[in-house]
Design a protein around this ligand. Structure first.
Ligand SMILES: Cc1cc2nc3c(=O)[nH]c(=O)nc-3n(C[C@H](O)[C@H](O)[C@H](O)COP(=O)(O)OP(=O)(O)OC[C@H]3O[C@@H](n4cnc5c(N)ncnc54)[C@H](O)[C@@H]3O)c2cc1C
Length: 416
């Protein structure tokens, strides 16, 4: 059921579950809950069909999460791998095979993707209130529900799926850890005759206007609809990050890809947004945070959609299991699934914040087809600590080495 938010005199409404935010994380939670017969309401401050600044790339891990939600990927553009570019080296890579994930990814522009997901939630029976900003209500240290549009809603559990930390997160203390890295990225759409290509393209050797290597990458993600999503992203661990001008960086990258992609003018103004990569508190009595609100963005590639889908589903599974212990149980399980990898990713981002280490790392990463394959598998979180083979070994080794090097890397981090 769809409804808009109208101010009305303060009634109290009861639900089983409340979700703040109707992006992929909130929609995944709502789909899971509604299909299990839970009386769930989602509050989305944007209108139905709102857009989200994103690269629109779905890795095989994200495709697996969408499969789990039984989402038909027919409207998306299938992607078979990644073209990795560093300096003069180009490697065309297929997604890793022999993992528990599918052999394909996708590009699905967020305006259509997010609308599709929230519509599936509505079809499943979730109530979605668009143009309705919600804030958690707290009584005696416990989140009892939300206040939205003049009404109060109560439920045993409220899921914070509000994206990169804003007012709702602030109220709950779900802030970014100031000692941890984060990302900023900008994107635009443009027409290209190469829109139907089946490889994502990532240029890992970005430099800012002063020639400083940028830990991050420029991307061309073909959408299969006549357009490509072009963007650049950077990690806060680089020297001069505060002064980094993303529009200028995008222009520099566009000047490299304009000719080979026969790129048309931007179809809209380039838009930038944050990539949160940490969160000091992701649960408490009566609430849990999922997706970007919990800082679940992969520091190695900026991917967040998959983590939003997975954590959204997991939060609801914990709720279905036992609403009284859901928040604690979720924190434990989501930590077991993501914490170690994301911690390694954050340490890695301090490493590549050092220009010399970044240059050396890139040389190794794309040096041979085999190391490039491993790089793709590790960066895409398409392996885990139990994965056999070279990629699994590299991840375990990186985990150990970075754990030891971390204090030094942080102490010698590039001045912000
Ligand atoms: C430029 C850029 C490129 C990226 N590229 C990729 C990529 O290619 N692939 C990938 O996987 N990830 C990418 N990401 C990351 C990805 O966009 C996010 O990780 C993802 O959107 C997280 O989903 P979410 O549901 O947690 O949050 P969001 O998608 O941000 O959704 C949160 C929703 O909550 C709503 N909301 C916020 N506050 C309230 C409130 N108080 N009340 C009601 N509603 C509220 C917002 O309007 C929003 O709709 C990129 C990010 C950026 C910035």
């Amino acid at each position: 059921m769809i409804s808009l938010c109208r101010w009305q005199a303060g009634g109290v409404q009861q639900r089983d579950l409340l979700v703040i935010g109707g992006g992929p994380a909130g929609a995944a939670a709502a789909i899971r809950a509604a299909r299990a017969g839970v009386n769930v309401t989602v509050f989305e401050k944007g209108p139905h069909g709102r857009d989200k600044v994103c690269g629109d790339g779905l890795t095989p891990r994200a495709v697996a999460a969408l499969d789990e939600l039984d989402i038909d990927l027919a409207p998306a553009h299938r992607i078979d791998g990644l073209r990795m570019i560093a300096g003069k080296t180009t490697r065309e890579l297929a997604w890793p095979s022999g993992t528990r994930f599918p052999d394909h990814g996708a590009v699905w522009p967020r305006k259509r993707f997010d609308t599709h997901l929230i519509d599936v939630a509505i079809e499943a029976g979730a109530e979605v209130r668009f143009e309705c900003e919600a804030l958690p209500t707290v009584e005696a240290g416990r989140v009892t529900g939300v206040a939205a549009g003049g009404d109060t809603y109560t439920a045993p559990l409220t899921i914070l799926a509000a994206g990169a930390q804003g007012a709702a997160a602030k109220l709950l203390g779900a802030a970014r850890d100031p000692d941890e890295p984060f990302g900023l990225a900008i994107r635009a759409y443009a027409e290209t005759p190469r829109h139907a290509e089946r490889h994502l393209e990532a240029c890992l050797s970005l430099r800012d206007e002063h020639g400083t290597p940028v830990p991050g990458y420029g991307w061309m993600f073909p959408a299969g609809d006549g357009t490509v999503n072009i963007g650049v992203g950077a990690l806060s661990t680089m020297k001069g990050f505060k002064k980094l001008n993303l529009n200028t960086l995008l222009e520099q990258y566009a000047s490299i890809v304009r000719e080979p992609w026969t790129l048309g003018p931007y179809l809209d103004k380039p838009r930038a947004w944050r990539l949160p990569m940490s969160c000091i508190k992701r649960h408490g009595p009566g609430w849990v945070a999922v997706g970007d609100a919990a800082g679940f963005v992969n520091p190695m590639n900026g991917e967040g959609i998959d983590y939003g889908l997975e954590s959204g589903m997991l939060a609801v599974d914990c709720f279905l299991d036992n609403s009284a212990t859901a928040a604690e149980q979720y924190d434990l399980l989501v930590g077991q699934r993501f914490d170690s990898f994301l911690r390694t990713g954050r340490r890695f981002s301090f490493l590549i914040g050092h220009p010399l280490l970044l240059r050396t790392g890139l040389r190794v990463a794309v040096g041979t087809q085999t190391t490039a394959d491993i790089t793709l598998a590790v960066m895409g979180n398409l392996v885990d600590s139990t994965t056999p083979g070279a990629a699994g070994r590299v991840l375990r080794l990186a985990d150990r080495v970075l754990r030891i090097a971390d204090p030094l890397l942080r102490r010698t981090r590039a001045a912000p």
